[in-house]
Design a protein around this ligand. Structure first.
Ligand code: LIP
Length: 278
């Protein structure tokens, strides 16, 4: 199958990413229940789902089925549609759900259009990450650069570029932790080796926003183990279109490791992380 990845087609995919990320983001703020609670848990008692995670994913599904009926869909809260077009939409209806639950303004809707096998090797070709509290809309398409649109009272568009920092010891480093206690213990051990070798650590609670922070130079470098495809599908493209690299233990990011930033810092931090596991 030849998937249409012409400039025009990529532009259309990016527009849909932007529009749907904003629509779902506005929904989760506008219709947040007065007394939001935990609707369910997943991998552990702290891996929570709210009614708005589900409503956001329902909106994304409904819009994508209507606008792109031949495409596949993979969502964090269970959306799963086989497509015939070669395009699969990988969506996180609320990335940073715990922040959303606690009303901490660091959560986002992440929407990415991808080619390849969503269960195996895939590549994002367009993506958008929207923080509905700040109004920050990060977006990119393959070969088109990465941008931050501020959708607030003074709309603006800024081209994004990763940090120019070359020294890991001066690198503000983002990371995150999983929901499983044993995994968190391992991640804490890794952190004890990384922390003395970087400027400082920031743990914001949303991988999608962490990756966008790297693209914007608000973080110098980022690493996390245990991410799912929906956490990183849009953010990793935004990083690479901002001049950064995204890798894992090997050349490609994976559930085992996502590492993002300017190449020199990514390679330096990769060396530190490898020394931890050796
Ligand atoms: C979150 C990630 C974050 C990670 C959290 C959680 P969720 O995704 O974006 O980077 O550290 O543990 O996995 O669960 O809010 O969609």
């Amino acid at each position: 199958m030849d998937t249409d990845l012409s400039l025009a087609a990529l532009g259309t995919l990016e527009t849909i990413c932007r529009e749907l990320a904003v629509q779902a983001g506005e929904l989760i703020v506008r219709e947040r229940p007065a007394h939001l609670g935990v609707a369910a848990t997943k991998s552990s008692a702290t891996d929570v789902v709210t009614v708005m995670d589900r409503r956001s994913e329902e909106l994304l599904m409904e819009q994508l089925r209507a606008r792109r009926p031949d495409d596949g869909i993979l969502g964090e809260e269970g959306a799963s549609v086989e497509g015939t077009s070669g395009i699969t939409w990988i969506v996180d209806p609320i990335d940073g759900t715990v922040n959303y639950l606690y009303d901490i303004p660091a959560y986002a809707v992440s929407v990415a259009a991808c080619v390849g096998d969503p269960a195996g090797d895939w590549e994002s070709v367009a993506g958008a990450v929207f923080n509905p509290v700040t109004g920050d809309l990060f977006h990119a398409r393959r070969g088109g650069g990465a941008f931050l649109r501020s959708t607030g009272s003074e709309p603006s568009v800024t081209a994004l570029f990763v940090s120019g920092e070359h020294d890991l010891g001066h690198a503000l480093t983002g990371t995150g932790f999983g929901y499983d206690a044993a995994k968190r213990a391992q991640q804490a051990q890794t952190l004890t080796r990384v922390l003395p070798q970087v400027r400082d650590i920031r743990r914001a609670g949303s991988a999608a926003l962490d990756l966008c922070a790297v693209a914007a130079g608000r973080l110098d470098v980022y690493y996390e183990s245990g991410l799912n495809a929906w956490d990183r599908a849009a953010g990793q493209l935004i990083v690479t279109e901002a001049g950064g690299v995204v890798r894992g233990v090997g050349a490609q990011p994976s559930r085992e490791l996502t590492l993002a930033g300017p190449a020199v810092l990514v390679e330096a931090l990769h060396g530190v992380l490898q020394s931890v596991t050796d």
